[in-house]
Design a binder for this molecule. Structure first.
Ligand code: ZN
Length: 164
């Protein structure tokens, strides 16, 4: 038997948005699809994860366009790209901090352990967490980055559908 403590949902949202290149000033309209994730715990009412995922997907339209490759000069906005990697950097720093705190806790709080064991824990716990990050993070980054350019569809300058 499995007990569900939380629930995760994903959603997509598509909208037309205006792109302006920070490098060459090129303007273009694009149909952008955002991908959102939402989680809820057992304390939330049903549908919370879906609602959060939909809201996140709408926000992701702007995030996606901010890191899109300019169709004219083929460059990306460095700020948009950094915002993409920032969350991964924050998670990595946070996890490593926790690793070091846990690793050195026996030393700091003078737990009843042999000095050799304390020294072992001090490097083993950060190494385990660091190793896990190294194994999981590149996959996560690749997974999120891979579909990026496919989710931005550049629209023609004078789209006849736009004037209707
Ligand atoms: Zn450009």
């Amino acid at each position: 038997m499995s007990v569900t403590l939380g629930y995760q949902a994903t959603a997509t949202a598509t909208a037309t948005a205006e792109f302006r290149c920070v490098h060459c000033g090129h303007r273009a309209r694009a149909e952008v699809t955002g991908v959102g994730e939402g989680v809820q715990s057992i304390l939330n009412s049903g549908g919370t994860a879906h609602a959060r995922a939909r809201a996140d997907a709408r926000l992701d339209i702007g995030r996606t366009l901010a890191r899109a490759k300019c169709p004219k000069c083929q460059l990306r906005d460095g700020c948009g790209v950094w915002r993409f990697f920032r969350s991964f950097v924050i998670i990595a720093v946070l996890m490593m901090s926790i690793g070091f705190v846990l690793g050195f806790a026996p030393t700091w709080f003078d737990l009843n352990m042999r000095p050799r064991d304390k020294a072992l824990v001090a490097w083993l716990v950060p190494a385990l967490i660091g190793g896990t990050l190294v194994l999981i993070m590149p996959f996560q980054i690749w997974f999120r980055w891979a579909g990026l350019d496919a989710r931005v569809r550049w629209l023609a300058e004078r789209d006849p559908a736009a004037s209707m």
